[in-house]
Design a protein around this ligand. Structure first.
Ligand code: ZN
Length: 199
């Protein structure tokens, strides 16, 4: 099942290495003012998974080195979904597990992922009411729909990206699928990201 991978410490390590690459690319840019970017990571205390690697205590971020500017630049992430305390994969997965014919009950999910009922219903509202209205989604939908049938969010996304390929090892497939899904959603993890268009 989808959730088993999230109990695997190496999965979180894997996502960290993707974030590291995203940060490396972002850190090479210059500030719009011409200044150089310096590392200025945000402290984080993510929830939703046990035994997270030490590196999860911060999110990569940069700051312009010029006095009078000091503008922030935070690269997209496959770990952190904007300012949400819970890990992005958890916010997606818990919401998806409430959908479909074999939906999990809230109290089971709440126990499994250490999230209370109100938090979980906020995530549901995010996927149901907010996310479909964003420019990001409207744009992405146009490209996805011939391939993917969108019935319920985020379950339809999870099913589309985590499709099993019989030739490969199941865990490798899941890992690749999560990588693709989280990278697909990564533009919404930065400030203002829910408004931007992706190319
Ligand atoms: Zn600057």
């Amino acid at each position: 099942m989808y959730h088993e991978l999230l109990r695997d410490a190496s999965f979180w390590q894997f996502l960290f290495s993707i974030d590291q690459d995203l940060a490396k690319t972002a850190g090479k840019q210059t500030c719009p003012c011409g200044g150089r970017l310096h590392c200025a990571n945000y402290p984080r205390k993510p929830r939703g998974a046990a035994d997270l690697p030490e590196q999860y205590r911060s999110r990569f971020s940069f700051c312009c080195d010029r006095d009078g500017c000091r503008k922030r630049m935070t690269p997209p992430s496959v770990r952190f979904l904007g300012r949400k305390v819970y890990l992005g994969a958890v916010v997606i997965l818990v919401s998806a597990m409430q959908q479909g014919p074999s939906a999990w009950r809230v109290h089971e999910l709440s126990k499994l992922f250490d999230a209370d009922r109100r938090t979980i219903s906020r995530w549901q509202a995010f996927w149901r009411d907010h996310f479909p209205q964003t420019v990001f989604w409207k744009d992405a939908l146009a490209r996805l729909v011939p391939v993917v049938q969108i019935i319920a969010l985020p379950l339809s996304l999870l099913e589309a990206f985590l499709r099993k390929n019989d030739e490969n090892d199941e865990n490798d497939d899941l890992r690749d699928g999560w990588e693709r899904l989280l990278l697909f959603l990564s533009p919404i993890t930065i400030t203002g990201g829910l408004k931007i268009k992706i190319s």
